[in-house]
Design a protein around this ligand. Structure first.
Ligand code: CU
Length: 162
């Protein structure tokens, strides 16, 4: 009797352990798979997306993005079509304001730092590029050019997701 009981408890414990392991694995997978960040995740280029065109340029001693304010619906996937029509390199990096400011400080120390991230694109003069990003969280976010001096010259914008 006692033995059967112990065996049943052991079997139950194994089922619980296996279930917990399964749940843990699934959570880890979902997290790693989506590259989810505080401002969303890389989009799926095969899925439909709202097209947002952004021009980067210098103008009257300033450096700008046109437009520099965007409103996006939560969950919306956006295809940023970026064009650098200026005379020098520019960059588009989307993130939280906090992260972008921190990143900018790192760029000041390493001006040649290259970005190959799904949320960033550096463009030579007279070239174009694309980023597909899905904004999964509501909030106020930032896009900036991280090349030293450019954000200070005006090269940043705001994305409001609601
Ligand atoms: Cu720039």
């Amino acid at each position: 009797m006692q033995r059967t009981y112990l065996r049943a408890v052991a079997a139950l414990a194994m089922v619980v352990a296996a279930t917990l392991a399964g749940v843990t694995m699934k959570v880890a997978y979902a997290h790693g798979d989506g590259h989810e960040t505080a401002f969303g995740k890389p989009g799926d280029p095969k899925k439909s997306a709202r097209i947002v065109q952004i021009v980067m340029r210098e103008q009257d001693g300033k450096m700008i993005f046109i437009p520099n304010t965007l409103r996006i619906r939560k969950g919306e996937q956006v295809r940023f079509q970026l064009r650098n029509i200026g005379e020098i390199d520019h960059e588009f990096v989307v993130g939280t304001l906090e992260e972008n400011l921190k990143h900018m400080k790192e760029m000041e120390k390493n001006p040649d730092m290259e970005h190959d991230d799904p949320n960033a694109k550096r463009l030579k003069p007279k070239t174009a590029g694309e980023i597909v990003w899905q904004f999964t969280k509501a909030g106020r976010f930032d896009f900036s050019c991280m090349i030293p001096g450019h954000r200070e010259a005006g090269m940043f914008g705001t994305i409001v997701v609601e």
